[in-house]
Design a protein around this ligand. Structure first.
Ligand SMILES: [Zn+2]
Length: 305
């Protein structure tokens, strides 16, 4: 095995750890972009390596015939892949494909644009749909038209100015296509499960992004947004795969968002640090792209001559 096969992944891991360490000190949109870039970078570094290891392992399996020749020649891997590593990589690739397909299927079912098209409601690109349900629900469906759904239970629970907060929050999710952050995070996590760690922080950042948009839309009243968030969090539920007002993960939940709303700028990270991280991400991306040439060679060798 070539240790260099895993060098981009190791470097991407270091950058991911650095990003998670500072994300709460960044403005939410900056944090979101850095976290998504880190997620993509780790996945782009890990998945090709997994494919190469898996292909090399399968090529060395006796029933695969004389595959070892192209494996050695094209991949530059001159030693057999250890069975445990080959089995693990092959299982990870298979499981990743299966789970990513599930993520894409479930997103298609929730796609606001498709629903709007199917029901003929395509005039308003971002309508708010009120559904009759006693449960307090408010969420933004994925898709280009990002339909916002709010339940009668939620309208009953909140004062009018609090409803405005909820709608401003959901509109921010739709306007900035936060569903894409969710989609990228879920697909990457399907292939590289430890990315859950980064994905939870990306979800926290998009929620913070929408919270700050709600603050601006409601005249800068941070306390109103914080109180609305706290009240909604006590009651709300949301469909899986949609972005709700009280979406949260353990330890990065509503309490943490309320804390930042009430104490803004408690921590801040300098531009130089952010710039350094972007430079690091760009550098590792180039290294990962170079590493992918192993796969190009593999594909070429498998084509009939
Ligand atoms: Zn939200």
């Amino acid at each position: 095995m070539q240790p260099s096969l895993f060098l981009p992944l190791a470097l991407a891991g270091v950058l991911a750890v650095a990003t998670t360490a500072i994300h709460r000190g960044l403005r939410p949109h900056v944090a979101t972009r850095l976290l998504v870039a880190s997620i993509v970078l780790v996945a782009a570094s890990a998945v090709p390596s997994l494919l190469v290891v898996s292909a090399s392992f399968l090529a060395h399996v006796p029933v695969m015939g004389t595959g070892i020749a192209w494996c050695t020649q094209m991949l530059g891997i001159h030693a057999e892949v250890p069975t445990w590593l080959g089995v693990a990589a092959t299982a990870a690739v298979a499981s990743g494909v299966w789970q990513a397909a599930r993520v894409v299927r479930s997103r298609r079912r929730l796609d606001g644009g498709q629903i709007a098209h199917a029901t003929g409601h395509t005039d308003d690109p971002r309508p708010v749909e009120v559904i009759r349900d006693d449960a307090p629900i408010a969420c933004t469906l994925p898709g280009r038209n990002g339909r916002i759904v709010i339940s009668t239970g939620m309208l009953d629970l909140l004062r009018p100015e609090e409803v405005d907060v909820v709608l401003a929050h959901e509109r921010a999710h739709a306007a900035h296509r936060h569903d894409r952050v969710l989609l990228v995070s879920e697909i990457a996590t399907a292939f590289v499960p430890p990315l859950r760690w980064l994905a939870a922080r990306a979800l926290f950042s998009v929620e913070r992004w929408a919270d700050e948009a709600a603050v601006r839309a409601c005249g800068g009243d941070r306390r109103l947004v914080a109180e609305t968030l706290a009240r909604v969090a006590l009651h709300t539920t949301q469909p899986v795969g949609a972005l709700g007002i009280a979406a949260s993960t353990p330890r990065l939940g509503v309490a943490a968002r309320v804390e930042v709303l009430l104490r803004p700028d408690a921590r801040s990270v300098g531009r130089r640090v952010v710039g350094g991280l972007w430079l690091g991400i760009a550098g590792v991306a180039v290294l990962s792209a170079y590493q992918i040439h192993h796969l190009a060679g593999l594909a070429a060798s498998l084509c009939p001559h």
